[in-house]
Every structure is written in structure tokens, then in C-alpha cells.
Design a protein around this ligand. Structure first.
Ligand code: C2E
Ligand code: MG
Ligand code: MG
Length: 279
């Protein structure tokens, strides 16, 4: 009897949870649409640094939502949901266009050699949207920035390695978009699969930096990281390590031959106005 009562109340609880979740999703969707209409979204930029000399090579574009009540909302709280509802198409277009225009500005104001690059995240749903490659072609054809400096990041888990995905990626590459595979090491793909995909850059996930502590752990982490880096280099890919939070990590990665790093140690993502203020 006790178990039956328990089971029944568990079922009621589970249903309540489900309804709450569904209710929350509807509220979030309405709120996202409102926010889009009110221009509450912004693109922040996190520097990607050359480990060789600490100079800024480029930036990753990261969406932020300036919510009137909640303050700054991180994409982890709305990207997955906007993929489900399709809102990612509008949000993603905003991020791509804003970044393209900011990149053109930076290159005008800071004519560096090699030129600054910018890298925009693209989700699975965007990649498979009918007009996606065409819209990128348009951005590139406008010719507002230097060749090869506009890059797209696709998270490893978003890539089902089928003909369709490969065809779109190859098209993008042939048009001159730089391609990076994001969060590398969190999914199931391996570097040997990577050799058949048109990514020029591998972004190694920050989980490969975490929990280095004891001597053995340190040695293991070094073995893993150095073999990923070596294989990526063997395949003529460039390496960026994400989530670098300490000088120790930066030095370690430099010694292992990583070209680029990105993380709070160098800088958090910042609004572009801060960059403009220096101009
Ligand atoms: P991601 O592309 O892997 O971006 C890196 C995330 O790590 C960012 O989180 C960044 O703020 C955070 N990060 C940077 N340095 C450090 C560090 O040193 N330590 C730690 N713990 N974290 C660090 P954020 O901005 O919250 O973005 C989360 C994810 O949302 C991104 O992961 C990306 O997949 C997605 N996203 C962001 N902007 C866009 C966009 O415009 N379009 C699409 N489709 N997805 C986006
Ligand atoms: Mg990324
Ligand atoms: Mg990442």
C-alpha cells in the first residue's frame, strides 16, 4: 500500500514537473521573441590569443541577452531552446551580421598583419537551413573584410557525419569561410574522422584542462593533450584551446605546441563598445 501511494504521488509529481517545464518553455519562447523585437541581444567578443607572443589574433563572437529583469543572460540558457523552436535562425543571423560588421570595423581601424579574425558559432539547425550557405556567401562577397578572416564554429556533437553535412561544410569552405570544430573531445568523433572533414581549426574543449593536480594526473593530461595536438598538426590543422584560466595552463599549452588559447586568464567575452572606445 505504501509503495502504491508513493508511486502515485511520484506520478503526480512527475506530471507537475513536466507541465511546469512545458509552461516554462512557452514563457521563454514568448520572452525570446519579445527580446528579439526589442533589440535586447548583443554580441560579445572573447580574444583568441597567440601563445607564442601573447598577441590577440582574433575573437570568438558570443551572444548575450540583456534581459530587462534578469540582467545579462548567457546563451546556455537560451540557445538549446531557440534551436528547438527555430528562433536560432533569427538569432544566428543577428550574430553573423553583427560580427561581420564589427570585423570590418576592426580591420579598418587596426590594419594588422596577419589581419584580425572573427569566429561565429553555428548550430546544427542553422547549418541545415536552406539559405544558410547562401547568406554566408553574401556576407563574404560583400568584401568588407580580408579573405579567410571570417570563421564559423560548429560544435562536434552537431556534426552527424553524413553526406549532407559534409557537402554544406565543403561548400562553405570553398566560398572562403574558415571552419573550426568546436568543443573537440566532448563527442564521439575522433581525429581520424577529422581528416575527412574540411575543418582548418580544432578547438579543444576545456575539459582537457580541468582537474590537473597530482603528478600522475599531470602526466596523463600532458599525454592526452600532446597527442591531440600532435595529431591535429599532422593533419595540418590549427589548434585553439578553450577555457584557459591560469598562467600555468597557458605556459603548459605553449610548451605542448598549441598555437592559440582563449579563456578568462586572457579575457572574458566583452561587448564590442569596449574595443571601439580604444579606437
Ligand atoms: P562555445 O562556443 O564553446 O563558447 C565557449 C564558452 O566558454 C562561452 O560560454 C564562454 O563565455 C565560455 N568561456 C570562455 N572562457 C572561459 C574560461 O576560461 N572558463 C570557463 N569556464 N568558460 C569560459 P557562453 O558565452 O555562455 O556560450 C555558451 C555556448 O553557447 C557556446 O559555447 C556556443 O556553443 C553557444 N553560442 C554562443 N553564441 C552563439 C551564437 O551566436 N550562435 C550559436 N548557434 N551558438 C552560440
Ligand atoms: Mg565556440
Ligand atoms: Mg567550445
Amino acid at each position: 500500500e505504501f509503495r502504491r501511494v508513493l508511486f502515485r504521488s511520484w506520478k503526480i509529481f512527475a506530471r507537475d514537473m513536466e507541465e511546469t517545464a512545458r509552461g516554462d518553455a512557452v514563457v521563454l519562447e514568448t520572452d525570446l521573441r519579445r527580446g528579439l523585437g526589442q533589440n535586447e541581444f548583443a554580441v560579445y567578443y572573447q580574444p583568441i590569443v597567440r601563445l607564442e607572443d601573447g598577441s590577440v589574433a582574433g575573437f570568438e563572437a558570443l551572444l548575450r541577452w540583456h534581459h530587462p529583469e534578469k540582467g545579462v543572460v548567457s546563451p546556455t540558457d537560451f540557445i538549446a531552446h531557440s534551436e528547438e523552436t527555430g528562433l536560432i535562425i533569427a538569432l544566428g543571423r543577428f550574430a553573423l551580421e553583427r560580427t561581420a560588421s564589427d570585423l570590418a570595423d576592426w580591420q579598418r581601424h587596426f590594419p594588422l598583419e596577419p589581419p584580425l579574425f572573427a569566429s561565429v558559432n553555428v548550430s546544427r539547425r542553422q547549418l541545415r537551413e536552406e539559405n544558410f550557405a547562401l547568406s554566408i556567401e553574401k556576407l563574404l562577397a560583400a568584401g568588407n573584410f580580408r579573405e579567410g578572416t571570417f570563421k564559423l564554429e560548429v560544435t562536434e556533437s552537431a556534426i552527424e557525419i553524413d553526406q549532407e553535412a559534409r557537402r554544406i561544410l565543403e561548400w562553405l569552405r570553398d566560398m572562403g569561410a574558415g571552419l573550426a570544430i568546436d568543443d573537440f573531445g566532448t563527442g564521439l568523433s575522433t581525429l581520424s574522422q577529422l581528416k575527412d572533414l574540411p575543418f582548418e581549426t580544432v578547438k579543444i574543449d576545456r575539459s582537457f584542462l580541468a582537474r590537473r593536480g597530482g603528478v600522475q594526473e599531470e602526466a596523463d593530461a600532458t599525454a592526452v593533450m600532446s597527442s591531440i595536438v600532435a595529431l591535429a598538426h599532422e593533419l595540418k590543422r590549427t589548434v585553439i584551446v578553450e577555457g584557459v584560466e591560469s598562467e600555468r595552463d597557458a605556459i603548459w599549452l605553449k610548451q605542448l605546441g598549441c598555437e592559440y588559447a582563449q579563456g578568462f586568464y586572457f579575457s572574458a567575452p566583452l561587448p564590442s563598445e569596449i574595443g571601439r572606445a580604444y579606437v
